[in-house]
Design a protein around this ligand. Structure first.
Ligand SMILES: [Fe+2]
Length: 173
């Protein structure tokens, strides 16, 4: 298994895989927020930075396969470290348990962030709309309006959990 790629290497990987400028801009915005959270939370900043930069690697080629699945496959092929692969595979906002995953067209297994670093990248992604910072309430309201009430609750819970770890409301990070 290779070591965690540095930011420059991550950008080379994204480009090599054919990610658009738009996707790369989004990944950079998520990285900025994720790194700020990681520092506050005393998490593994190197891992969070690589995971955030590479989280949407599966959005490189338009594909029928959901991007987290595609991303996981690409990351494994590239021999990226297991902890980076896990971030890529599990970054569905606040996560989805198997039943909800199936409803959304994903394989019937848990897509729930478990480690602190996985949670941070997932949440940073929820705090970024395209490439702009947004309050979590925006994402929560969107989920509710689409009928994903359990998911909305998990977003709120993850926001609270990470805000407590960081000692601040992450809407203001
Ligand atoms: Fe994303």
């Amino acid at each position: 298994m290779s070591s965690i790629p540095n930011p420059k290497e991550c950008l080379v990987i994204l480009k090599k895989c054919g990610c658009s400028e738009e996707v790369i801009k989004h990944c950079l915005a998520v990285r900025d927020v994720a790194v700020r959270i990681a520092k506050k939370a005393n998490a593994d900043v190197e891992l969070v930075e690589a995971g955030a930069l590479l989280h949407d690697i599966g959005r490189s080629i338009p594909h029928d396969t959901p991007h987290v699945i595609k991303g996981g496959k690409i990351a494994k092929k590239l021999d990226l470290p297991e902890e980076v692969v896990r971030i890529i595979e599990r970054h569905i906002g606040a996560g989805l348990p198997a039943k909800e995953a199936k409803k959304m067209g994903l394989p019937e297994r848990d897509f729930l962030p478990e480690t602190l670093e996985e949670k941070i990248v997932c949440h940073a992604d929820s705090l970024i709309d395209n490439n702009k910072k947004q309050k979590i309430d925006h994402e929560v309201e969107k989920a509710k309006s689409e009928g994903f009430n359990e998911y909305a609750k998990r977003l709120v819970a993850l926001h609270k959990e990470l805000s407590e770890i960081c000692g601040m409301d992450l809407n203001n990070i």
